[in-house]
Design a protein. Structure first.
Lengths: 111, 117
C-alpha cells in the first residue's frame, strides 16, 4: 500500500464547474499537507499549505484536511481552462522537510 | 516567492555516458536541496537530500555511486548521472528550502528531461 493514494484521473469538467480533488494517506504522523499544481514538463508550484485538520481558503481554492479520516481535499471554484494541469497532494512530518507525494490527478477544464 | 532554476532543461545522451544537471536558487541561499525523479504519469519520487558542505543523503534504493550529488555552494547543487542507461530516462526535478522568519518553504525548479539513447 502506498503511503499516499491519489486518483490519477484524468478528470475533465466544464468551465465554471467546481472541481474536487482528493488524497488519502496511511501515516497518521503526517502533520503538514500541501497541494501543488504542475503544468506539463514544468516543476510543481505550491498552491495551498495547511497544518493539521481544518479548512483553508485562498481565492478560488479551498483545502480541507480531515486527520481523523486521513483524507485531504482541494476544491476549485469557478474553474478556468488555465486550471488545466496535474494536481499533486503532498505531505510531511513535523520537523522533517521531506515531502511524500501522491500520484497526481490530471485535470482538464473544457471551455 | 523564490526562483529555482535548472540547467539544462532537456538533455539527450548516449548510453554509457555521464550527464550533469545543475540546480540553482537564484534569489536566496539554500543549505538544503532535494532531488526528485518523475516518470511519465507518475508522482515525484525523492532520490536524495543535498546538504551544502556535506555528503548527500540518499533514499533507499537509490544508488549513490550512480547518482552523484555535489552541493558546493549555498546556491548550487549538481546531480551527475553516471554511466547512464535508457532506464535512467526520466524527468529530474530539484527543490530548494528557503528559510524566512522561522518558516521553511520548498521551491521547485522547472525540471530537466533526460533521454538516454
Amino acid at each position: 500500500q502506498k503511503e499516499v493514494e491519489q486518483d490519477p484521473g484524468p478528470l475533465s469538467v466544464p468551465e465554471g464547474a467546481i472541481v474536487s480533488l482528493n488524497c488519502t494517506y496511511s501515516n497518521s504522523a503526517f502533520q503538514y499537507f500541501m497541494w501543488y499544481r504542475q503544468y506539463s514538463r514544468k516543476g510543481p508550484e505550491l498552491l495551498m499549505y495547511t497544518y493539521s485538520s481544518g479548512n483553508k481558503e485562498d481565492g478560488r481554492f479551498t483545502a480541507q484536511v480531515d486527520k481523523s479520516s486521513k483524507y485531504i481535499s482541494l476544491f476549485i471554484r469557478d474553474s478556468q481552462p488555465s486550471d488545466s494541469a496535474t494536481y499533486l497532494c503532498a505531505m510531511k512530518l513535523l520537523g522533517n522537510e521531506k515531502l511524500t507525494f501522491g500520484t497526481g490527478t490530471r485535470l482538464t477544464i473544457i471551455p | 516567492g523564490a526562483v529555482v532554476s535548472q540547467h539544462p532543461s532537456w538533455v539527450i545522451c548516449k548510453s554509457g555516458t555521464s550527464v550533469k544537471i545543475e540546480c540553482r536558487s537564484l534569489d536566496f541561499q539554500a543549505t538544503t536541496m532535494f532531488w526528485y525523479r518523475q516518470f511519465p504519469k507518475q508522482s515525484l519520487m525523492l532520490m536524495a537530500t543535498s546538504n551544502e558542505g556535506s555528503k548527500a543523503t540518499y533514499e533507499q534504493g537509490v544508488e549513490k555511486d550512480k547518482f552523484l550529488i555535489n552541493h558546493a555552494s549555498l546556491t548550487l547543487s549538481t546531480l551527475t548521472v553516471t554511466s547512464a542507461h535508457p532506464e535512467d530516462s526520466s524527468f529530474y526535478i530539484c527543490s530548494a528550502l528557503k528559510t524566512s522568519g522561522g518558516a521553511v518553504e520548498q521551491y521547485f525548479g522547472p525540471g530537466t528531461r533526460l533521454t538516454v539513447t
